[in-house]
Design a protein around this ligand. Structure first.
Ligand code: HEC
Length: 150
């Protein structure tokens, strides 16, 4: 496409302005998303919420879950799941408090889905742990409720 005003240049001035504005908007958007978007509530798709826990009530799975939690999750979420592990201070957003009512009110399926998907800075454990290990962890998270004696 040749410009009538400036035949040597294939982009007229106003066109360049539009391109520059578009580039600016894309960069701004990327920075904005990285800085603020993760503060948004973390919604779970409906189909994930209703996934059933195949290990619900399984005591052996719970013991395994505890071991996995201490090794993999406690550095961020803390030993008691309060979101106060040694790495937590440096993180934004802060690790979830697994003992809170908000987390305990979520379904096993929803927690399993979030654990599997991850969200920066939390890794996607779907790629790191087996399905069995992830359900074992959900069983352990259930014992971290503030009202639980365990
Ligand atoms: C690098 C630090 C880090 C590690 C390690 C980590 N998490 Fe997280 N986790 C986070 C952060 C930060 C969030 C909050 C993310 C958000 O809200 O965007 C989170 C959120 C979650 C949530 C979602 C809570 C909710 O409903 O909003 C679950 C479930 C969870 N973590 C489980 C685990 C388990 C289980 C492990 C161990 C296998 C683990 N996390 C390891 C940092 C971590």
């Amino acid at each position: 496409m040749k410009s009538v005003i400036n035949p040597g240049c294939s982009f007229p001035k106003w066109n360049r302005t539009i391109i520059l504005t578009a580039v600016f908007v894309i960069i701004f958007n990327a920075v904005f998303t990285k800085t603020f978007a993760q503060q948004k509530p973390w919604a779970t798709p409906k189909e994930a919420q209703i996934i059933k826990n195949p290990l619900a009530g399984n005591a052996a799975a719970l013991a395994e879950g505890k071991k996995l939690y201490v090794t993999n999750c406690a550095p961020c979420h803390g030993d008691k799941g309060r979101g106060d592990g040694p790495a937590a201070q440096a993180l934004n957003p802060k690790p979830a408090d697994h003992s809170s009512a908000a987390i305990q009110n979520e379904t096993d399926g929803a927690l399993f889905w979030k654990l599997s998907e991850g969200r920066n800075p939390m890794p996607a454990y779907g790629k790191i742990l087996t399905e069995q290990q992830r359900w074992e962890l959900i069983n352990y998270i259930r014992t971290l409720s503030k009202t639980s004696k365990k």
